[in-house]
Ligand binder design. Structure first.
Ligand SMILES: C[S@@+](CC[C@H](N)C(=O)[O-])C[C@H]1O[C@@H](n2cnc3c(N)ncnc32)[C@H](O)[C@@H]1O
Length: 231
């Protein structure tokens, strides 16, 4: 049989199978990641930069993955609700949080964000690289629009996204990956279509170092959007 699935450049997310759901895709992805015994969950330095000046309170981490950001937030005084669709990665993150001594400050919740969200509103809502080849543009728009409703008046919504491929990538990325690159202006339109009045505190693109799976060095562009809900 001919394999017609899109070619996956090394170091990028695999193409989903036609039968995949967000849960089967991401559980499979996270289970395939080898975790060394001395692994320590680390936060995204861009998140650390953006959040360090904020007053700690309640935080919601959307698509928390292995928990590096949620653990750092808990260590810095936040009471965190951390959400992912993958039970496999939530178990790994909870183990790392317990090891870091902040297990009691993080509520890990399994949700498919296209279907449900934790109850309540939060002083900080973060979405770090919430990309998913499983979700089309309409689903992503719905996820960001409903996420915006979980930001309390006066609270902050921080979105950090890939907006370019690493310079070390030599192959042409397939459509299912290029479709993931959404600029801040589009995310802002999605959020502004929801109830609430928003002000933009940070809207920028940052070029950071990037290392490939075989140790290739290069850079990649990330977009940082930090907006505040006035009321
Ligand atoms: C690219 S990873 C980023 C993980 C983490 N935020 C980070 O910065 O390392 C995307 C994460 O979102 C989760 N995810 C993807 N689709 C989701 C959905 N529909 N609902 C909840 N989580 C989802 C994945 O399991 C994965 O952990």
């Amino acid at each position: 049989m001919t394999d017609t699935s899109p070619k996956r450049p090394r170091g990028t997310m695999p193409a989903p199978a036609p039968t995949d759901t967000a849960k089967t895709y991401w559980d499979g992805f996270h289970q395939s990641v080898r975790t060394p015994a001395d692994w320590v969950a680390r936060p995204n330095p861009l998140l650390v930069d953006e959040v360090s000046g904020l007053q700690a309170g309640t935080a919601l981490d959307l698509g928390c993955g292995a928990g590096g950001d949620a653990i750092w937030l808990a260590q810095n005084g936040w009471r965190v609700t951390a959400v992912d669709v993958s039970a496999a990665v939530l178990a790994k993150a909870a183990t790392a949080a317990a090891r870091a001594g902040v297990g009691d400050r993080i509520d890990w919740q399994e949700h498919d964000l296209t279907r449900s969200l934790p109850a309540g509103t939060f002083g900080l809502v973060t979405a770090q690289y919430l990309h998913s080849p499983i979700a089309g543009a309409a689903e992503r728009e719905a996820v960001f629009a409903s996420a915006a409703t979980t930001v309390a008046p006066g609270g902050t919504f921080l979105v950090i996204s890939h907006v370019g491929f690493p310079t070390w990538l030599s192959e042409q990325p397939p459509d299912y990956l290029t479709d993931q690159l959404v600029p801040n202006s589009v995310i802002l339109d999605w959020v502004r279509a929801t109830p609430g009045t928003w002000t933009v505190d940070v809207d920028k693109v940052v070029t950071r170092d990037s290392t490939g799976p075989a140790g290739e060095t290069g850079t990649a562009d990330d977009a940082v959007l930090r907006i505040r809900r006035l009321h």
